[in-house]
Design a protein. Structure first.
Lengths: 117, 116
C-alpha cells in the first residue's frame, strides 16, 4: 500500500537556522515522484520542490533542498536560513503509477513549523 | 508560475441549499483536476478526480450525488455541494495538474464552506 509518514506534528526553529522536516514513504512502484508543499494559515497549498525516483541528485530550489535517500525511503525537506514567513504547515506527498489512475497525490499528515524570532 | 484560482474563498449557506465552487487554471490547460477536502488540523483527503469532457472519478466513501463535479473545459472544474448539511462544513481545495515531467499539481486558494 502507498503511504506517506511525517512523524513530527510540530517543529520549532530559530530564525536564520536550518531545519529538517522528516518524511518517509512506502511504495512498491519503481517510478514515483515526491513533493513538498507549504500551507500557510491562509490555506493555499504552495509547491516547494520535487524529486523523481530516478533522479540521481538531490533536488534544490533556493533555500529548499530535498535529502533523498532511496534505500531508506526517506525524502526529508531541509530549509536553510529559516525566515519568519516560513512558519506554516508542510506536507510531504507522493505520486506513483499505482497512486490513482490519474496520478494524483497522497499526502502525509503534515508538520507544523514555527519559526521563532 | 502556474496559477489556479478558486472561488469563492468563503461561503456561508443555510442547510438544504446547494453551493457551487469554481476552480480555474489561469495560465495553463488542465485535462485533470482534483478536489480535496481538509478537516481542521488534518491532511488533505482526495474526494474526486475531475476529467475534462468525462465523468469524474470519486474516491470510496464520497457521495457522487452529494458532491457534483463538472469539468466542462480545460480551464474550469466546478464542485457543487448539493443539499448541504452542517457536516459538509469544511475547507475544500482544488488542484490542477500541469502536463510536465513532474506533473506537479498547482492548488487553488481553497474555499471554506460553513453550513448553518
Amino acid at each position: 500500500a502507498q503511504k506517506i509518514t511525517q512523524t513530527q506534528p510540530g517543529m520549532f526553529v530559530q530564525e536564520k537556522e536550518a531545519v529538517t522536516l522528516d518524511c518517509t514513504y512506502d511504495t512498491s512502484d519503481q517510478s514515483y515522484g515526491l513533493f513538498w508543499y507549504k500551507q500557510p494559515s491562509s490555506g493555499e497549498m504552495i509547491f516547494l520542490i520535487y524529486q523523481g525516483s530516478y533522479d540521481e541528485q538531490n533536488a534544490t530550489e533556493g533555500r529548499y533542498s530535498l535529502n533523498f535517500q532511496k534505500a531508506r525511503k526517506s525524502a526529508n525537506l531541509v530549509i536553510s536560513a529559516s525566515q519568519l514567513g516560513d512558519s506554516a504547515m508542510y506536507f510531504c506527498a507522493m505520486r506513483g503509477a499505482s497512486v490513482g489512475s490519474q496520478g494524483n497525490l497522497i499526502f502525509g499528515k503534515g508538520t507544523k513549523l514555527s519559526v521563532k524570532p | 508560475g502556474a496559477v489556479v484560482s478558486q472561488h469563492p474563498s468563503r461561503v456561508i449557506c443555510k442547510s438544504g441549499t446547494s453551493v457551487k465552487i469554481e476552480c480555474r487554471s489561469l495560465d495553463f490547460q488542465a485535462t485533470t483536476m482534483f478536489w480535496y477536502r481538509q478537516f481542521p488540523k488534518k491532511s488533505l483527503m482526495l474526494m474526486a478526480t475531475s476529467n475534462e469532457g468525462s465523468k469524474a472519478t470519486y474516491e470510496q466513501g464520497v457521495e457522487k450525488d452529494k458532491f457534483l463535479i463538472n469539468h466542462a473545459s480545460l480551464t474550469l472544474s466546478t464542485l457543487t455541494v448539493t443539499s448541504a448539511h452542517p457536516e459538509d462544513s469544511s475547507f475544500y481545495i482544488c488542484s490542477a495538474r500541469r502536463d510536465s515531467r513532474a506533473g506537479e499539481l498547482f492548488f487553488g486558494e481553497g474555499s471554506r464552506l460553513t453550513v448553518l
